[in-house]
Write a protein that binds this ligand. Structure first.
Ligand code: FE2
Ligand code: FE2
Length: 372
């Protein structure tokens, strides 16, 4: 097998050895804000993606008490959003959980609400626990239960709160803030009245657009994102169980389905997408790798994933990330129960830009050698 160093010595790759004349030349180039491409070419044009992020597992048992601590320390109206964010040790400079994706755990208690705002970054949330949570997106108020998935597409006014008779709620936020900032395209605006006033009925979005294979004849939705803003867990799980009866599923992901814009069949937002997958009892998938950053939350069950040779054991509500081009495979360790993984990712961006690439692991019957 050819090593990367050997490949870098091939024709067509930069392989100029330094000498005093060249060094003087480089210094003169630097003085006029220029440089010789061959000094950086092999770094800026790698043979394959070189992910900046580390694979990380955030254990719910460790995160949950710290998030709850924040309730007594800050008020949502002062903090803006009471969020403990997931900080990838290799992406601290951009406050990312993985690659160009931000994620955090938000908590609010009964009667609290956070002011309305909008931003260029897209956002989503996956509800983890509590009752009485709601989100209002451009006037569409939605009640939220555990494992419901909610969109706040880029540029939409949104705010969150907990009804007076609710309980303390926790949910995972996912945003493409680091991507939007990398593209230097972020805007953030606070609503002039702090809160949205709405005359639309509660849950009008799922009541109108949340029916499989049915669209209202009076549909006038013309936005570039999904008119269905809330995806209920009971419907999602039922769909997976139903599909599982008639498919072997993906060799890499088990029985996997994609959250979509029901009007177009495309991803629900322009830049980020999401999936829910079901691993049958004792199912162990084969390994593959692809471009794009993926952040998983264990919606149900327990098991482990192997990411670039390292095993990460997970159980319900644990969160982990798979950086681009890292081998990954998943295993449900329960003999009698299915396991479900929720995930969100930047694959819509990767696909639109023409950067999506995928490879299956051929060696060892498709399984990685796990580091001890
Ligand atoms: Fe927001
Ligand atoms: Fe994958």
């Amino acid at each position: 097998m050819t090593t990367v160093d050997e490949r870098d010595n091939q024709m067509g790759r930069a392989r100029v050895k330094d000498n005093p004349e060249l060094e003087a030349f480089y210094e003169d180039l630097a003085k006029i804000d220029t440089g010789a491409l061959w000094t950086v070419a092999n770094d800026i044009e790698p043979w394959e993606p070189t992910p900046a992020s580390a694979p990380v597992l955030w254990k719910w048992d460790e995160i949950r008490p710290q998030v709850l601590r924040a309730i007594d320390l800050v008020r949502p109206e002062d903090a803006g959003r009471r969020v403990v964010y997931l900080r990838n040790p290799k992406r601290r400079d951009v406050s990312a959980a993985c690659g160009w994706l931000f994620s955090g755990i938000q908590t609010m208690k009964a009667g609290e609400r956070a002011g309305a705002h909008k931003h260029a970054a897209s956002a989503l949330r996956f509800i983890m626990e509590g009752t009485g949570a709601y989100t209002i997106v451009d006037g569409h108020k939605m009640s939220l239960g555990a494992r419901d998935f909610v969109l706040t597409p880029n540029g939409t006014w949104h705010e969150h709160g907990i009804e007076e008779d609710g309980s303390t709620c926790l949910w995972q936020d996912g945003l493409d803030i680091p991507l939007t900032n990398a593209l230097e395209a972020n805007f953030y605006t606070v609503h002039e009245n702090d809160y949205q006033t709405t005359s639309l009925p509660l849950d009008d979005s799922p009541a109108t657009y949340g029916h499989p294979a049915l669209m209202p004849e009076l549909d006038r939705w013309d936005k570039p994102y999904s008119p269905l803003l809330k995806f209920r867990w009971d419907q999602t799980y039922e769909a997976l169980q139903s599909y599982a009866k008639v498919t072997d599923g993906s060799p890499y992901d088990g029985v996997i389905m994609r959250y979509i814009n029901p009007k177009t069949g495309a991803d629900p937002m322009l830049t980020m997408g999401a999936n829910m997958q079901l691993l049958r009892p004792s199912e162990h998938t084969k390994a593959h790798r692809h471009t794009g950053n993926v952040i998983y939350q264990v919606a149900k069950g327990e098991g482990y994933s192997v990411i670039n040779g390292k095993r990460f054991d997970w159980k319900e509500k644990d969160i982990f990330c798979v950086p681009p081009w890292m081998w990954h495979e998943h295993c449900n360790t329960q003999a009698g129960e299915d396991a479900c993984l929720f995930s969100f990712h930047d694959l819509p961006t990767m696909r639109k830009l023409g950067f999506y690439a995928e490879q299956a692991l051929e060696d060892n019957d498709g399984h990685q050698i796990v580091e001890s």
